[in-house]
Design a binder for this molecule. Structure first.
Ligand SMILES: *[C@@H]1O[C@H](CO)[C@@H](O)[C@H](O)[C@H]1NC(C)=O
Ligand SMILES: *[C@@H]1O[C@H](CO)[C@@H](O)[C@H](O)[C@H]1NC(C)=O
Ligand SMILES: *[C@@H]1O[C@H](CO)[C@@H](O)[C@H](O)[C@H]1NC(C)=O
Length: 327
């Protein structure tokens, strides 16, 4: 079987243009042409004034490494209810996209309104200019930053840092895991990470796994591209059994003794990465951690950025259910 479901033409066009551009921009010498990718990766400003019950603004954490986040605050929350905070990491193979990419800005707006939740969408450093572990350090630094006392002044009074989730899609799903591992070893003043939402986390290994081989021709993800991304991201001289890639593999960090939050792992039937993601889920269980696997058989990698796909709405409902089970 080769792999793509029926997709609306707009989705198909966006996905194939993005795949094409990524292939043109990634050079064989390991550098990436950022000028060219910005033709498709359109950027969006924060909201100038509240829109449909939502406000957003950009907050700088460290100018010297361009570390900042976009804060989304839902406005129409009954004063007696507490709103969870989600620290969110965008996808893009650790190489492309940013917190102000229109695709992810739109998605975070939807999440913030529809869940509802306060969202902290992190603009972390990208490869190949900044290799692993820069992105993970940036993610964890944002967690420490929002734990600081003065950050509370930026939050609505009913935002609840004791109900903090880390989440992300694709490379951001991998980051959510890595940042949660760091968080589980740290004492925060106010913040508590109560759950992880890994949406189609970008994981891998040296081995070729069944779904990667079977789903040749699937939208967005193929071995050529993922091999290139890992090479751009990993420290020079590492292979794909590095713990940042083969998270549950032979070099994995042992989390069995950590107080590790519950994880929701989302997989899609047309995503070549799905078998890695299922392995990750099994490994979490083996380590004695609470984990929930959510499968959408007809979905592709990156489906959530297309509100016209039905799984995109299902996902928001499943995220809401998972969060409510942890509140
Ligand atoms: C890689 O190739 C691009 C385009 O061919 C070139 O502009 C760039 O200087 C090269 N970079 C390195 C590090 O070799
Ligand atoms: C990126 O690609 C564009 C279009 O092909 C080209 O004009 C530009 O010179 C490239 N930039 C670099 C830095 O190689
Ligand atoms: C990656 O991790 C898996 C365990 O999830 C392990 O079976 C495998 O040997 C590792 N290495 C490769 C080469 O995939």
């Amino acid at each position: 079987m080769s792999g793509s479901p029926d997709l609306p033409w707009k989705v198909r066009l966006f996905v194939s243009s993005l795949s094409f551009l990524v292939d043109v921009c990634r050079r064989s010498n390991g550098t990436f042409n950022r000028t060219l990718i910005n033709l498709l990766d359109v950027k969006a400003s924060p909201l100038k004034k509240p829109l449909n019950g939502l406000q957003s603004s950009d907050i700088v954490v460290d100018d010297s490494r361009n570390l900042w986040f976009r804060l989304y605050t839902p406005l129409q929350i009954p004063t007696h209810s507490r709103v969870p905070v989600i620290v969110y990491f965008h996808g893009g193979g650790f190489v492309l996209m940013s917190a102000d990419s229109k695709t992810h800005d739109d998605f975070c707006q939807r999440l913030s309104r529809e869940l509802p939740a306060v969202i902290v969408s992190v603009n972390y450093r990208l490869a190949p200019e900044n290799r692993c572990p820069s992105a993970f350090e940036d993610g964890f630094d944002v967690l420490k930053f929002i734990d600081s006392a003065w950050f509370k002044d930026l939050l609505p009074v009913n935002a609840d840092l004791k109900k903090c989730f880390v989440a992300g899609d694709s490379a951001g799903g991998n980051m959510a895991h890595q940042v949660a591992v760091k968080a589980a070893k740290h004492e925060f003043d106010q913040l508590d990470v109560v759950g992880i939402m890994a949406l189609q986390p970008f994981l891998g290994g040296k081995e070729r796994i069944e779904s990667e081989i079977r789903l040749v021709g699937a939208p967005l993800i193929n071995l050529d591209r993922t091999d290139w991304m890992w090479k751009a991201f990993l420290p020079e001289g590492s292979d794909r059994d590095h713990p940042a890639v083969n998270v549950s593999g032979p070099n994995s960090v042992d989390i069995s003794d950590l107080k590790f939050p519950a994880t929701m792992v989302v997989v899609a039937g047309f995503d070549p990465l799905q078998d890695w993601q299922k392995r990750y889920y099994q490994w979490l269980k083996k380590q004695g951690k609470e984990a929930k696997l959510i499968e959408y058989p007809d979905a592709i990698h990156g489906f959530y950025i297309f509100p016209e796909l039905k799984e995109s709405s299902l996902l928001i409902k499943d995220m809401r259910d998972f969060m409510q089970s942890k509140l």
